[in-house]
Design a protein around this ligand. Structure first.
Ligand SMILES: NC(=O)C1=CN([C@@H]2O[C@H](COP(=O)(O)OP(=O)(O)OC[C@H]3O[C@@H](n4cnc5c(N)ncnc54)[C@H](O)[C@@H]3O)[C@@H](O)[C@H]2O)C=CC1
Ligand SMILES: O=C(O)[C@H]1O[C@H](OP(=O)(O)OP(=O)(O)OC[C@H]2O[C@@H](n3ccc(=O)[nH]c3=O)[C@H](O)[C@@H]2O)[C@H](O)[C@@H](O)[C@@H]1O
Length: 480
């Protein structure tokens, strides 16, 4: 029986391995982690991450051919194929701080694999890593090994949170990069056989190691670039009276451009886009390509600009002050259908409003108070470390109140900000919300989910990203 072990039981390791176990009943899959609390949660009824469809897959396989364990060394030593899906945060100190990937966790996983291995292994890079990481890992593994053959493969993951199970069941492609030697090609074939249990072979792409590593960073950079492009257009739409939804619809109809990923928003969030683009920027700089580095850096700058622009719009339209005013925040996760708040634009928007002394009442159907307080108090990039290595929870911010209901959040509020596109925000009783708010009542829709005409008919002053402005907003222009 082929044995697979995955180091790192996170958003990628957990769902990916659960799907491999489901689709390959004859393979034994163990997911291991240094975080004991995470492993305990994977073995409980309340999984550590919220992802539609995940519970069902885990329940079908757990205890049969899918195991979650904190006995990292045992499972690694027994495995034929070891996936490494640990955190690869942005460095906060030293060379490349604020840009380069911190490979501390990757390196310690590689050293541990070298130490405990007694048989040949295929080691698969699942984490997103800088180009040429495989070369460094090979050095670690071969220096410490005792005649054991390690083949390194790059098999980056393209799933998006909120649709992880769907993406894993039916991926656009699976990418496997390996050495162009007979042993390397044999390792590629072994991993291809795993995916071929359910992925059509024409969707399994094989390449050299460096193409696979770079393709992951490139794909995220291209995706994020689309959002920054449409968000840049949204500012111009507001200035000219064009409507960004109409513009993206018209632009996306060109089959060379395509309709997906063109929704203007308060900015992109999530654990990877910013981190991976910063990593790409650093790699370009290290390779003596400052123009290329600056080109990609601009994608991040526009994203920061979009969040600042949103906060400025709120403050300026509310008579240039939100001091002491209750602002309801609907949605805190970085997108719908996930409880993940890593790099969510809500953090920067909330911090901006708190900087102007607002009182915040926050509601998100999947994010609890402890998480929100931690996020608002944590330093940039500190979130991307194993849970037990993160700084302790600092004292909570008293201007922030977290509630479990949109109506409680909006009661007596001066303004409402929608920061995540949860479906339930489309069907709220906005008349009831309006009746219970201070007047004039404002709605700032950072995700373009509300029906502006209906809300204006109720009496709200409405701001939607990239849409023609109400007279009120035109009279109080925001300074970016
Ligand atoms: N979150 C996402 O949607 C995607 C993430 N990725 C990449 O996958 C990698 C992992 O991301 P996530 O799963 O989101 O991170 P995560 O933080 O949810 O999970 C990583 C896990 O690795 C564990 N870990 C760290 N060092 C370890 C070690 N030495 N031994 C055992 N366990 C260790 C941590 O405790 C943590 O539970 C990152 O490189 C990320 O860029 C790639 C595609 C999608
Ligand atoms: O490497 C990763 O981590 C993953 O990053 C993204 O996935 P994810 O961050 O989970 O979610 P996305 O759906 O890409 O959304 C990212 C952010 O962009 C925003 N977004 C997305 C699409 C859009 O049109 N407009 C927009 O503002 C979302 O609201 C969210 O804040 C990629 O889509 C995945 O392919 C990739 O594997």
């Amino acid at each position: 029986m082929v044995k697979i072990c995955c180091i790192g039981a996170g958003y990628v390791g957990g769902p990916t391995m659960a799907v491999i176990a489901l689709k390959c009943p004859e393979i034994e899959v163990a997911v291991v982690d240094i975080s004991v609390s995470r492993i305990t949660a994977w073995n409980s009824d309340t999984l550590p991450i919220y992802e539609p469809g995940l519970d069902e897959v885990v329940k079908k396989c757990r205890g049969k051919n899918l195991f979650f364990s904190s006995d990292v060394e045992k499972h690694v030593s027994e495995a034929d194929i070891v996936f490494v899906s640990v955190n690869t945060p942005t460095k906060t100190q030293g060379l490349g701080a604020g840009k380069a990937a911190d490979l501390t966790y990757w390196e310690s996983a590689a050293r541990m694999i070298a130490d405990v291995s007694k048989s040949n292994k295929i080691v698969v890079e699942k984490s997103t890593v800088p180009v040429k990481t495989a070369e460094a890992i090979e050095k670690i593994l071969t220096h410490n090994s005792k005649g054991i053959d390690f083949q390194i493969l790059s098999n980056p993951e393209f799933l998006a949170e909120g649709t992880a199970i769907q993406d894993l069941f039916n991926p656009d492609r699976v990418l496997i990069g390996g050495r162009e030697t007979p042993e390397g090609q044999k390792a590629i074939a072994a991993l291809r056989d795993v995916y071929a249990h359910w992925v059509p072979v024409d969707r399994i792409i094989c390449s050299n190691l460096w193409s696979a590593e770079l393709s992951k960073l490139a794909a995220n950079a291209f995706l994020a670039q689309r959002i920054s492009s449409v968000n840049a257009m949204s500012a111009l739409c507001e200035a000219t009276g064009a409507d960004v939804s109409q513009v993206s619809h018209a632009v996306g109809k060109d089959t060379r451009i395509g309709p997906k990923f063109l929704n203007a928003s308060v900015g992109f969030g999530g654990s990877c886009f910013q981190k991976d683009i910063l990593n790409l920027v650093y790699i370009c700089e290290c390779n003596g390509l400052p123009e290329v580095a600056n080109y990609w850096k601009q994608v991040i700058k526009i994203n920061d600009y979009q969040k600042t622009r949103f906060v400025n719009r709120i403050v300026s339209s509310m008579f240039n002050t939100v001091s002491g005013k209750k602002i309801a925040i609907l949605g805190f996760a970085f997108k719908k259908d996930t409880g993940d708040t890593r790099e969510t634009p809500a953090i920067d928007v909330c911090k901006g409003l708190l900087g102007d002394k607002a009182l915040l009442s926050i509601y998100d159907p999947q994010v609890n108070e402890e998480q929100i307080q931690r996020d608002l108090a944590m330093k940039k990039f500190d979130w991307d470390h194993p849970v037990h290595l993160q700084p302790m929870s600092p004292t909570s911010i008293k201007q922030v109140n977290v509630v479990w209901d949109a109506y409680a959040a909006t009661k007596d509020a001066h303004g409402v900000c929608i920061l995540t596109e949860w479906d339930e925000f489309k069907t709220l009783d906005y008349q009831r919300i309006y009746d219970n708010m201070r007047k004039p009542a404002f709605i700032f829709d950072g995700r373009n989910v509300v029906d502006e005409a209906k809300l204006r008919a109720i009496g709200f002053i409405v701001y939607s990203i990239g849409k023609p402005l109400d007279q009120w907003l035109k009279d109080m222009p925001a300074v970016a």
